[in-house]
Ligand binder design. Structure first.
Ligand code: FAD
Ligand code: A2P
Length: 374
C-alpha cells in the first residue's frame, strides 16, 4: 500500500501523545523513587525536634541545628512540618507513666491530675509540638466487649517535656464525674488516667491537631482564654515562652505580650497558678495574668465571675491588641464558654465600632483565632 506525504506526517503526529505518556511515566517513576529515598516521614526533618533521651541528656544539649524548623517558603503552608497521626488508634504507641499527681490545692472541687508519660523508644519517634493533642485508649472494653474508643487530651507539656529531655508528654486531666439516678457515674477514660501509677503502660495515639499551634514569630502577642483543663495547651505555651531552660533549649525568644485569662471555680482549682505567678514576676512586661474565680468572685450583675466578664472589663485593651496583625487569640476548655466569649467580644467590638460577627471569621481565616473546646 502506497503512503502519501500527508499520511506519513499525520501518522507521525499520532505518536506524539504516546511519546509524551512514555516520558510522563518515566518522570513519575523517578519522583516516587526520590520520595522513598529522601524518606516520607516529616518527623525526621523539619520540626524543631526535641532531642531523644538516648541522644541527649537534659540540661546540656541544645537542639541540633539540623532539627531547627525549616524557614517558611512562600509556597509552604504554615506548620506544614508539624507531625500528625504518627501513631493511629489502631496501632498506638505504648507510653509509660512516670508521674501522676494532683494539680489541685487543698479544698479544691473535683479531681484534676497532672500525668506524665515516657514516650521514648518509638519507631518512629513520638514527636509533638505545643498546642497539639493526643488520643488515649483506656484499658479494658466497653459495654459491647469492644476496646474503648480513644479520647482526646490536650498536651500540657512543650516538645521538650517537663524534664526538658524531649522524651515525655504530660496531660492535665479532670476526672469526669456526674450523678445519674442517684448514682455517681465516673468517666471511662478520665478515671482510668487519673488512677494510673508510675510504671503503668498506656496506649497513646497521635499527636493530632494544628488548630492551637503557636505562631513562629517571636514578637507575636498571645491572648489566652482558658477554663479548667483548657489551661493544658496554655501551660505548654507559657513554658515555651517563659521557662528559662526551655528558652535555652529552643532559642525562640518570645518578645511579644502574652495575656492569660483563666477561669476556675475556686482559688484552690487554679491550675499551675504558682508557675504562672512566677513567670509574671520574672517577665512583668511580657505576661499578664487575669483570673476569674467563679465561686469566689462576682461579676457586675452579681452572678458568678466567668472569663467573659473579665474580657469585658478589659475590652478596650484586648481590642487594641487585636488591631495588631501580630495578635493571636487562643480559646480552650468548656464548650459552654464559647457563646459567652462571643457575646463579650460582640459588646467589646461594638464599643470600638466593630462588628464581631464579621471580625471573628476574618481573624480565623488569618489564622489568628484558635479555639478548641469540649
Ligand atoms: P465518658 O465515659 O466518655 O463519658 C462522657 C459521656 O458522659 C458524655 O459523652 C455524656 O454522654 C455523658 N455525660 C457527661 N457529663 C454528663 C452529665 N453531667 N450528665 C449526664 N451525662 C453526662 N479533658 C481533660 O480532662 N483534659 C484535657 O486536656 C482535654 N483535652 C481535650 C481536647 C480535645 C480536643 C477534646 C475533644 C477533648 C478534650 N478533653 C480533655 C475531654 C476528654 O476527651 C474526654 O471527653 C473527657 O475526659 C471525658 O471522657 P471519659 O471517657 O472520662 O468520659
Ligand atoms: P462554675 O463551675 O462555677 O459555674 P473546672 O473545669 O475546674 O470546673 O473550671 C471550669 C470553670 O469554668 C469554672 O469556674 C466554671 O464555673 C466556669 N464556667 C462554667 N460554665 C461556663 C461558661 N458558660 N462560660 C465560662 N465559664 C464557665
Amino acid at each position: 500500500m502506497a503512503y502519501s506525504e500527508t499520511k506519513v506526517v499525520l501518522g507521525g503526529l499520532a505518536h506524539i501523545p504516546i511519546i509524551i505518556g512514555f516520558f510522563y511515566l518515566i518522570r513519575r517513576q523517578y519522583s516516587f523513587g526520590a520520595m522513598l529515598r529522601t524518606g516520607k516521614n516529616a518527623l525526621s526533618k523539619k520540626v524543631e525536634a526535641a532531642p531523644s533521651k538516648a541522644s541527649a541528656p537534659a540540661k546540656t544539649a541544645a537542639p541540633a541545628k539540623a532539627a531547627a524548623p525549616a524557614k517558611p517558603t512562600a509556597a509552604k503552608k504554615p506548620h506544614a512540618d508539624v507531625p500528625v497521626n504518627t501513631y493511629k488508634p489502631k496501632a498506638p504507641f505504648t507510653g509509660t507513666v512516670t508521674e501522676n499527681y494532683s494539680a489541685l490545692k487543698e479544698g479544691a472541687i473535683g479531681k484534676v491530675q497532672h500525668i506524665t508519660f515516657d514516650i521514648s523508644g518509638g519507631d518512629p519517634d513520638f514527636k509533638y509540638v505545643e498546642g497539639q493533642s493526643c488520643g488515649i485508649l483506656a484499658a479494658g472494653e466497653d459495654a459491647k466487649g469492644k476496646p474503648h474508643r480513644p479520647r482526646l487530651y490536650s498536651i500540657a507539656s512543650t516538645r521538650y517535656g517537663d524534664n526538658f529531655a524531649g522524651n515525655t508528654l504530660s496531660l492535665c486531666v479532670r476526672q469526669l464525674q456526674y450523678e445519674k439516678d442517684g448514682e455517681t457515674i465516673n468517666g471511662v477514660c478520665s478515671t482510668y488516667l487519673c488512677n494510673l501509677s508510675p510504671g503503668d503502660k498506656v496506649k497513646i495515639s497521635g499527636p493530632v491537631g494544628k488548630e492551637m499551634l503557636l505562631p513562629d514569630e517571636e514578637d507575636s502577642n498571645i491572648i489566652m482564654l482558658a477554663t479548667g483543663t483548657g489551661i493544658a495547651p496554655m501551660r505548654a505555651y507559657l513554658r515555651r515562652m517563659f521557662e528559662p531552660t526551655e528558652i535555652e533549649k529552643h532559642q525562640w525568644n518570645f518578645k511579644g505580650k502574652a495575656w492569660l485569662f483563666m477561669g476556675a471555680p475556686k482559688t484552690a482549682n487554679l491550675l499551675y497558678d504558682d508557675d504562672f505567678e512566677h513567670y509574671k514576676s520574672k517577665f512583668p512586661d511580657n505576661l499578664r495574668y487575669t483570673k476569674a474565680i467563679s465561686r469566689e468572685q462576682k461579676n457586675t450583675k452579681g452572678g458568678r465571675m466567668y472569663i467573659q466578664d473579665r474580657v469585658l472589663e478589659h475590652a478596650e485593651e484586648i481590642f487594641n491588641m487585636i488591631e495588631s496583625p501580630k495578635t493571636h487569640i487562643y480559646l480552650c476548655g468548656l464548650k459552654g464558654m464559647e457563646p459567652g466569649i462571643d457575646e463579650a467580644m460582640t459588646t467589646a467590638a461594638a464599643a470600638k465600632g466593630l462588628d464581631w460577627s464579621e471580625l471573628r471569621p476574618k481573624l480565623r481565616k488569618a489564622g489568628r483565632w484558635h479555639a478548641e473546646t469540649y
